[in-house]
Ligand binder design. Structure first.
Ligand code: SAH
Length: 347
């Protein structure tokens, strides 16, 4: 029997497991503390647990324990990790130091199958989903490596979080649990390329997190040329889903808009974008695209980004230009993992 990841169990699931094993249920909370507060990665470290129970658990389960394969430090304090997982797969995690606290950008899948034309993470497709505990362990590993507390999380690394729905929901429950590291939902952002049915499913959970939608273009011709997901769910369907999401959750969403020279950065495009989302109270994050190998796109220049921003503002849409952290260490998602894969291919 293949071992399961015990780090992926929510407190509720652990409680059910203890019942199944004929154990008192208080053990669930104790084990949860060990895994998600004391961040141990070894069964033998849980010193208040009966040896027989630990042995039984170890037969059936493993603990998420990513190892640092590579680490790059940017001049601006950003740190990028390439973690190796138990099965040998690699994922990327980024630590960003903001004035309001340390933010970790986590991967949710090994690779991605969404196919966005500007993105390095998707070029070799999706290998597998990450387990809830593997996603949490990205944060724990960063915390342990730096000795600094992580206060904010963005699900903006490799993978499409809504394409790994169940595991991502369990991850959110684990990471925001008062018996774990207790990171509040309001400090968490989840980014999606726009998988409409899953946005509706997420809305029903009524979580207090921030939903970021990677819009990148205000019309179907332009968006489909950049993002194949748009062939499945059009711009209109996506915006409708965003409105439903806001209504159901009472939370404003934000739009990601990566700016590509000569593709989505003209004054006419700004006008279309403003017409599309005006009145939603949504926020637009503008960022020049980070050019990746094998992609035809280059970044809009800073002046054009500024102009685009002021056009949006004039037309009643709230927009900010995001600082590009870690650009000296190829911190755009997927680039480090690809380098590693290419290296291994050559070896
Ligand atoms: N799959 C999710 C989250 C991961 S990508 C999503 O699509 O939202 C996180 C953000 O980075 C998305 O807005 C994505 O469109 C953007 N992105 C990906 N590659 C990029 C690049 N090379 N330059 C700028 N933004 C990029």
């Amino acid at each position: 029997m293949e071992k399961q990841c015990l780090s992926s169990y929510t407190l509720q699931q652990l409680t059910a497991l203890m019942k199944e094993l004929g154990q008192p249920t208080f053990r669930a909370k104790q084990i949860f503390h060990w895994l998600h507060q004391k961040l141990v990665v070894d069964f033998s470290a849980m010193t208040d647990q009966p040896k027989a129970l630990l042995a039984k658990l170890e037969e059936r389960f493993y603990l998420a324990n990513p190892t640092i394969q590579r680490k790059q430090q940017s001049k601006d304090g950003t740190v990028k990790y390439l973690f190796r997982l138990a099965d040998g797969n690699c994922i990327e995690t980024v630590l960003m130091r903001y004035h309001y606290g340390n933010t970790v950008c986590v991967s949710t899948q090994v690779g991605c199958r969404m196919g966005c034309r500007f993105c390095a993470s998707t070029q070799a497709g999706r290998v597998r989903n990450l387990e809830a505990g593997e996603i949490a362990s990205e944060i724990y590993a960063v915390q342990k490596d730096t000795g600094e507390r992580v206060s904010h999380i963005v699900l903006m690394g490799i993978g499409e979080p809504l394409d790994n729905f169940e595991n991502v929901m369990d991850f959110l429950e684990i990471i925001s649990c008062a018996d774990g590291v207790n990171i509040g939902m309001r400090n968490i952002s989840l980014s999606t390329c726009g998988v409409v049915p899953q946005i509706d499913r997420l809305a029903e959970k009524k979580l207090q997190l921030t939903l970021s939608v990677s819009l990148h273009a205000p019309n179907n011709t332009m968006r489909s040329s950049m993002m194949p997901v748009n062939d499945a769910y059009s711009v209109e369907e996506l915006i409708d889903a965003c409105r439903r999401y806001q209504k159901t959750t009472g939370r404003r969403i934000s739009f990601e808009y990566s700016m590509v020279r000569g593709v989505n950065d003209t004054a006419e495009t700004a006008r279309q974008l403003a017409n599309l989302i005006r009145g939603m109270g949504a926020h637009v994050n503008l960022i020049p695209i980070n050019p990746v190998d094998g992609s035809p796109y280059s970044a809009s220049d800073a002046e054009n980004v500024k102009r685009f921003q002021s056009l949006l503002t004039q037309m009643g849409v709230n927009a900010t230009v995001r600082r590009r952290l870690g650009s000296d260490i190829s911190a755009a998602c997927g680039q480090l993992r690809r380098e590693e894969a290419t290296k291994e291919d050559k070896a």
